[in-house]
Design a protein around this ligand. Structure first.
Ligand code: SF4
Length: 297
C-alpha cells in the first residue's frame, strides 16, 4: 500500500476489512495494482465509511458532560498490512508456543515512539496461555517496567486481590496491556501508540482464546471495543468480542465475551468504587461458572 494513500481512504479500507473479519471473512485477493484495490475498497466503503471524529481519550469516570456523550464508533486507522498479512503463529495449536512466536515477532520493538521514551523493557504479558479469563490494562507503570511483568505494583496487588476474590489464582488467568512499553510519567498512551501496539495484543487474545476478557479502565475498553464512551456507559454488560485483524488457529473459537471494569489504580484512588467493580467481577464469575462469596479488599 503506498504510503501516500489518503488517510481517510486508509480508514475506510481498514473499516471495511474489519467488517469482513467480523463476518468471518479473512482471505482477500489483490488486483493487479494496489491503486485499484484502494479504489475498489473506497467505492465499496462509500458512505458507510466510519468517519466519526475522535473524541479525547479519558481515564475512568469523566465529568458528567463528557459521560453524557453517546457511545460512537471511533475511526481506528489500522496498519492495513498488519490486517492482511498472515500471522506466523497461525496454525500453531499450542498457545504457549504461539505466544512465544508472537513475542519473537515483537522483538526489540521500535514500532512506536514509546521505544525511545525511557522504557527499560517490553512488558509482553504473563499468565496461563490457555486461560479462560484475561485481564487487559492500559500500559506498564514504573514497577512493571522494572520487573518486565504487568500489574506488579500496588495496582497489581489489588488486581491479585480481585482475582483471589473471584476464587482464582493469578497464574490461572492471563494479564496484558494495550501498550507494552511504559509511557513516560505514566501518561495515557497516545492513540498512535495504542494502534501500533494493540495488534500484538489482538494476536495474544486470538491464541489464548479466553472465554472472557476484562478490560481494566477506559483506555483498555476503548481500544478493545473501538468505541468512545464513558465508564458509566461501558460497564455493566457484556460485549461480543473478536480480536481485530487476526483469526484464531482454532476454527471452533468464535470470539469471547468482554466486560469492562475500573482499573485497579483508579480503585486505589477511589476505594468507594470497589463495590461497583465487584459487581462487574460477579457478572464475569457468573459467565465463567465461578462461585466465591468474597469481596475485594
Ligand atoms: S509500545 Fe508496543 S509498539 Fe510501541 S515500542 Fe513498545 S512494544 Fe513496540
Amino acid at each position: 500500500m503506498p504510503r501516500s494513500l489518503d488517510p481517510e481512504l486508509r480508514r475506510a479500507l481498514a473499516a471495511r476489512i474489519r467488517y469482513y473479519n467480523e463476518l468471518g471473512i479473512y482471505d482477500f485477493y489483490r488486483r493487479e495494482t494496489l491503486g485499484e484495490v484502494a479504489t475498489v475498497a473506497a467505492e465499496a466503503a462509500g458512505a458507510d465509511a466510519v468517519t466519526a471524529p475522535i473524541q479525547p481519550e479519558s481515564r475512568e469516570e469523566m465529568n458528567p458532560r463528557k459521560a453524557a456523550a453517546v457511545a460512537a464508533p471511533v475511526a481506528v486507522e489500522e496498519n492495513i498490512f498488519e490486517v492482511l498479512a498472515p500471522k506466523p503463529e497461525q496454525g500453531v495449536s499450542d498457545p504457549a508456543k504461539a505466544l512465544k512466536i508472537i513475542r519473537k515477532d515483537l522483538g526489540d520493538c521500535t514500532r512506536c515512539p514509546l521505544h525511545k521514551q525511557g522504557r527499560k523493557q517490553i512488558v509482553f504479558g504473563v499468565g496461563n496461555a490457555a486461560a479462560e479469563l484475561m485481564f487487559v490494562g492500559e500500559g506498564p507503570g514504573a514497577d512493571e517496567d522494572e520487573q518486565g511483568e504487568p500489574f506488579v505494583g500496588r495496582a497489581g496487588q489489588l488486581l491479585n486481590n480481585m482475582i483471589k476474590a473471584m476464587g482464582l489464582k493469578r497464574g490461572q488467568v492471563y494479564i496484558a496491556n494495550v501498550v507494552k512499553c511504559r509511557p513516560p510519567g505514566n501518561r495515557t498512551p497516545e492513540r498512535e501508540e495504542c494502534e501500533t501496539c494493540s495488534p500484538f495484543l489482538m494476536r495474544q487474545i486470538a491464541v489464548i482464546k479466553p472465554k472472557v476478557v476484562v478490560a481494566l479502565g477506559a483506555v483498555a475498553a476503548k481500544n478493545l471495543l473501538a468505541m468512545n464512551a464513558s465508564m458509566a456507559q461501558l460497564r455493566g454488560r457484556f460485549y461480543d468480542f473478536r480480536p481485530t485483524g487476526v483469526r484464531s488457529s482454532d476454527p471452533t473459537w468464535d470470539g469471547c465475551k468482554l466486560a469492562v471494569t475500573y482499573h485497579p489504580a483508579f480503585l486505589l484512588r477511589d476505594p468507594r468504587q470497589k463495590a461497583e467493580a465487584w459487581k462487574d467481577l460477579q457478572m464475569v464469575m457468573k459467565e465463567l461458572g465461578l462461585r466465591a462469596p468474597k469481596s475485594i479488599t
